[in-house]
Design a binder for this molecule. Structure first.
Ligand code: SF4
Length: 345
């Protein structure tokens, strides 16, 4: 039975248990809920890059930082659809489109995004969007166009959040997540490890996510990509075992959610990624670039999956996440690294 009332103390106990016990528990729960050797492959494309007015400390697309990322307009429809077709050919079942916006504004650009959602959905791919804050009517429009999932990360614990972002609140993010849920779109919501937070903040994020009356269907766990020019460029490296513990704890607290390896895989060894899969990660972003930061080459991922005797989930229709219309309680919320870059916003 899914639980929504984990205490921080209980979750920390899970996180800190002896590593073999943690891995055994996570892998056992994983196999009760998912095929043991299958990875969902997702592709993420930045459809509108740079110039974001938010100040997320990890994000190279923030206009507050000098990172060399230029502001661009929304990509032409034919360019996006060509990338979606290629992603499908390469084995992706989900195509996520990210825009570096604070919030969606009604008008020409949102109309264009709606056309993109319709076009990608028509290709038979699960469509995910990450466009910033979203009103209830905008969420309904996305749903009607075929949007399956919406990514809006909470990034970290409620207590640490203000150390990372000042231009919008945790509650803003929770409000967007509620609008997404109410529209019947599945929720993709996770965070970032390596922003100077304590273990209790990492685990606190997971407790927050698991407290929602419906767990996010996707939980992206990013490892900070340290980008020059951002305030977090000099942060300490994340201990690989700590990261694997985070994945395992996510799997245990949210047994039926896809746990997704997202940003930071360029810095992960094959061994570390393999441990993440054993810990219950069952999805990853593929493609040379994740929004604006580098990601492992498709060949490298394919070789790793083969070497491990695993396989990509290749039938989107038979494995789609269940959409639930349950409401999110007023205390939780948003996507893949905040804005499109490590995670999405
Ligand atoms: S993470 Fe998203 S919201 Fe934050 S600055 Fe980057 S693009 Fe903007």
């Amino acid at each position: 039975m899914l639980r929504h009332d984990w205490s921080l103390e209980e979750a920390l106990e899970i996180y800190h248990q002896p590593f073999p016990d943690l891995m055994f528990q996570a892998q056992s729960i994983h196999r009760e809920n998912f095929p043991g050797n299958t990875i969902q492959r997702s592709t993420l494309l930045s459809i509108k890059t740079g110039g974001c007015p938010e100040d997320c400390s990890y994000c190279p697309q923030s206009a507050h930082y000098d990172t060399g990322v230029d502001r661009e307009g929304v990509l032409p429809t034919e360019v996006v659809l060509a990338q979606a077709r290629q992603a499908k050919t390469e084995g992706s079942t989900r195509f996520c489109m990210g825009a570096a916006w604070r919030e969606v504004k009604d008008g020409k650009e949102f109309d264009q995004v709606i056309k993109l959602v319709e076009g990608v959905s028509d290709l038979g791919l699960e469509v995910c969007c990450t466009l910033g804050m979203l009103s209830a009517p905008q969420a309904e429009r996305l749903k009607a166009a075929g949007c399956h999932a919406y990514n809006h990360n909470l990034d970290t614990s409620p207590e640490y959040y203000e150390e990372i972002i000042s231009t919008r609140t945790y509650q803003d993010r929770l409000d967007t997540l509620k609008n997404v849920r109410d529209a019947g779109i599945t929720v993709c919501c996770g965070g970032i490890v390596g922003m100077g937070e304590a273990t209790k903040d990492r685990v606190g994020l997971l407790v927050e996510l698991a407290s929602h009356s419906t767990h996010p269907e996707s939980v992206p766990i990013n490892m900070l990509v340290k980008v020059e020019g951002t305030p977090l460029a000099e942060e300490n490296d994340v201990d690989p075992i700590d990261f694997v513990r985070m994945i395992a704890t996510a799997r245990i607290l949210m047994p039926k959610s896809y746990v997704r390896l997202s940003a930071g895989r360029m810095e992960m060894s094959e061994e570390m990624q393999a441990l993440c899969f054993v810990a219950g990660a069952n999805s990853m972003f593929a493609g040379d670039k994740l929004l604006t930061t580098p990601n492992p080459k498709d060949d490298a991922d394919r070789n790793l999956v083969k070497k491990l005797g695993m396989k990509y989930q290749d039938d989107a229709n038979s494995t789609r996440e269940q959409t639930s219309c349950s409401k999110i309680p007023s205390a939780t919320a948003d996507v893949a690294n905040g804005g499109p870059s490590q995670s999405l916003s």
